[in-house]
Design a protein around this ligand. Structure first.
Ligand code: GLU
Length: 422
């Protein structure tokens, strides 16, 4: 007979030793999936085949700078294709979006990552497949010359919040065997996407793929993507919000190899995986997740990593398109000072102003984030009743403003000022 667990009451919970529920959840994921043995370690880069298939680490970084870690989160592995979103973001900021977007597309290819196929313009389909990533490295090489790789390594370190090293053995192994990527490089040059020395560009690409990270690093890197480019640990703005939004867009449509459609349909979190066994997932304005487990499925995605992401998304309902918000909750008070006299002791000058205008002052107290819908709702509330002489917006409980919210506030003030002027 199955025995039910003892009831948990306030007295049986040791609060001082309790774990945050998110950490407990990650431990449960670890315990549930550590026994998962399916998949195979990538060995087409011979050195990758030496990875220990038992390694399993899960890390989640919050946007207020906390990092949860379970399992082998400090085991270094090579970043491989997970470098692609960061190098794309870097290229957008370094070379300008126009330059990058003129030679690299943003359509999903539906092909495997290493496909030797360009789009109808003879450009890479997107920056998440090898052709697009090699093109990005090529563009940065034009700009930075021999310094291109160090420029990339340094930038990836700013995403991770620490200096990152290279696995020389994996680099040498891919460099010795990466003829398919060389073929892509020459294809790009015949189509003028790469304009110079193909071996030098490939060298940058192979080195960038061999950068060493941990599951913890990739969680922080993902959290930086989720945080509009600000590393939540260091506070540094690593790349612009423009580059972040475009990078997350291509991760959404093309980040998970030829499993990308299925992934965004089921999990709904922009993500990128690498053949080294890492997966990073960035849920905008919420969290960054990094997992490491080297056994891959037929698409090249970590088997355990996929399961962690699927379970996390389903359990906490994190699909990015399954969201709602009620703009009406942003107003916590809306009153006329004349009808609600304050008990605050005021200076004589203030009392004088209030005595003169108390009938004409409306106070609106707002809370939370000033977003497009919240400010729009407030502006309709204002327009819906006779306009008072003075409107005070009490923003002390406002914690954030989106760009759309700020723009609407500015436009509302402008309109009020125009009405007030004779
Ligand atoms: N360096 C690997 C390659 O180009 C990266 C592939 C991947 O992680 O998808 O083959």
């Amino acid at each position: 007979m199955k025995r039910s667990p003892p009831p948990v009451t306030a007295s049986t919970v040791n609060w001082t030793r309790s774990q945050p529920p998110l950490l407990r959840f990650l431990h449960t994921c670890y315990a549930n999936f550590v026994t998962e043995a399916a998949g195979a370690v990538a060995d087409y880069i011979p050195e990758l085949g030496k990875a220990d298939p038992a390694h399993f680490g899960i890390s989640l970084a919050t946007l207020d700078g906390h990092v949860y870690e379970v399992g082998d989160t400090r085991v270094p592995f090579t970043i491989q294709s997970m470098s692609k979103p960061f190098v794309f973001a870097l290229a957008l900021d370094t070379l300008g979006a126009e330059r990058v977007e003129s030679v690299i597309g943003v359509e999903p290819s539906g092909d495997p990552f290493n496909s030797i196929r360009l789009n109808a313009d003879n450009h890479p389909f997107n920056a998440m497949v090898n052709a697009g990533a090699i093109a990005c490295s090529g563009l940065l090489h034009v700009d930075k010359g021999d310094g291109a790789f160090d420029y990339i390594r340094h930038a990836l370190g700013r995403f991770a919040g620490r200096e990152l090293d290279v696995d020389e053995a994996v680099y040498a192994s891919e460099s010795a065997t990466g003829d398919r990527n060389r073929a892509i490089g020459y294809l790009l040059r015949t189509n003028s996407v790469i304009t110079e020395n193909v071996p030098a560009v490939l060298d940058v690409y192979f080195r960038q793929c061999a950068i060493l990270v941990t599951a913890r690093d990739t969680a922080v890197m993902a959290a930086t993507l989720a945080n509009r480019g600000i590393n939540p640990l260091t506070g540094e703005q690593v790349v612009t919000p423009y580059a972040i939004a475009r990078t997350l867009s291509v991760m959404t449509s093309s980040g998970m190899y030829d499993f990308a459609g299925e992934w965004i349909y089921r999990v709904g979190i922009p993500a990128k995986s690498g053949v080294g066994g890492g997966i990073l997932a960035a849920l905008p304005a919420r969290l960054g997740l990094g997992s490491y487990s080297p056994k891959l499925d037929k698409h090249g995605n970590s088997v355990r990593g996929i399961k962690v992401c699927e379970t996390l998304s389903a359990h906490y309902d994190l699909h990015m398109l399954n969201r709602s918000d009620d703009a009406r909750h942003s107003i916590i008070a809306d009153y006329n000072i004349g009808k609600n006299p304050s008990r605050r002791v005021r200076r004589p000058q203030e009392q004088e102003i209030l005595a003169k205008h108390f009938q004409e002052v409306r106070v609106i107290e707002l809370v939370g984030t000033l977003s497009l819908s919240n400010v729009d709702y407030v502006s309709r509330r204002l327009a819906g009743s006779p306009r008072p002489e003075f409107v005070i917006f009490d923003l002390r409980r406002v914690t954030a403003t989106t760009r759309a919210g700020a723009r609407l506030v500015a436009e509302a003030f402008q309109e009020l000022a125009e009405l007030a002027s004779p």
